[in-house]
Design a binder for this molecule. Sequence first.
Ligand SMILES: C[S@@+](CC[C@H](N)C(=O)[O-])C[C@H]1O[C@@H](n2cnc3c(N)ncnc32)[C@H](O)[C@@H]1O
Length: 459
Amino acid sequence: MLSLPEAFRTKITTMMGAEEAALFFETYQQNRAVGLRVNPLKVTGEQLMERPEFHLQPIPFCQTGYYYEEHDLPGKHPFHQAGLYYIQEPSAMFVAETLGAEPGDHVLDLCAAPGGKSTQIAASMQNSGLLISNEPYPKRAKALSENIERMGITNTVVTNETPERLAHYFPGYFDKILVDAPCSGEGMFRKDPDAMQYWSPDHVADCARLQAQILDQAYLMLRSGGVLVYSTCTFSPEEDEQMIEQLLEKYPDLELLPIEKSFGVADGRPQWTRSKQDELSKTARLWPHHLQGEGHFVAKLLKKSETESRRNKTAVSAKPSELSDFQQFEKAVLAKKLDGIFHFSGNQLFLLPFDCPDFGKLKVIRFGLHLGEQKKNRFEPNHALALALPSSAFQQQLALHYTENQWDSYLRGETLPLTDNIKGWTVVTIDGFPLGWGKAAGGILKNFYPKGLRRRGLK
Ligand SMILES: C[S@@+](CC[C@H](N)C(=O)[O-])C[C@H]1O[C@@H](n2cnc3c(N)ncnc32)[C@H](O)[C@@H]1O
């Protein structure tokens, strides 16, 4: 049994009443449910359910979500490295479902690391349109960028910026914005007991102040007719219904949209606000005593007025003469031609979606698909390229199988023996799904699995 902060217990009991509070506290004596979200850019849920290594049950409030059993250890399976799924707390999966991003949209995920929701949003956009996935803390932005890469996402620019600087570049630009705000984390005490150490009524108030500032910038960046989703993983009304109450008072052109609720997803609680207006029950709460998942709050808003947008230039294309080494590589190694804006950042070549804007002086960690590096008179592919395409897009592959040991050696960075007489860049696959690059010469495959991702003792 977790020992919850006393002030938290008292607050919840006052808010809910003794009867409901008892049901709520009871959940802290039970194990939490664990989930993974299948990556539809690469695989279907049915394909994974057929595998004997996994014991999956659908999560009813997320189309691509599944509960797994703890002993399945999906984080250690090579399919994880191949980006076939993202391990994610089940309730968190409801948030991106609510945003409803579609192919062709311009979407901003303003507080995005480590990327659970961004990877879900990009999947629902089927890699078409533009997602800007932002995180202000550099280390967290790096983890976000790695997850975007692992999941084979190509329509996303990862930025490491403050909301204020982004708003300067992108006023009135986005069709959809997600603010999955930094919060007091009350809903994650079971998942992350350390969060209890930081909890205090003052911390709740500090979080609420920061959330209001972030929302001001998100509002500026939303176009007229655009949709803003705000979410937290906390129960405190100051960060939830009261935050939305204040937002609606400050911006009368925002309107709450209904959220489809079933399978235990509950209404927001207007009775925990000053105005008690019914409208606030359109927001959603996910409670651990109502469903198999942790605590979350979600609100969905529509912006009705115009914000003047700025004319963004389009990202700069590489000159045809700069692309000759890449084109030679493309012809020799890939089975299909790539299309989009080819863009150099230093000597790194990226492929951007066609209408991608110029990012000026903003700090960008990843521009769309990282194709590789222009070396002296040759082109070297990036890991991201192996993970973004299906195995059929490569001319040569070394096919590894889960039931054999070689995949473990590959992920540790070892060279692999070859039986075929192949030469040059080769994609390494695990049961047909790309894992990374190798380069064949003299009967062995030199390992190009990125050093930073190599692990010891995966099994
Ligand atoms: C709840 S977490 C986001 C989780 C993420 N959306 C996901 O699904 O994986 C909130 C994030 O907001 C970031 N953050 C903190 N201060 C911020 C600010 N002023 N503006 C934007 N993001 C901020 C935190 O570093 C953290 O990564």
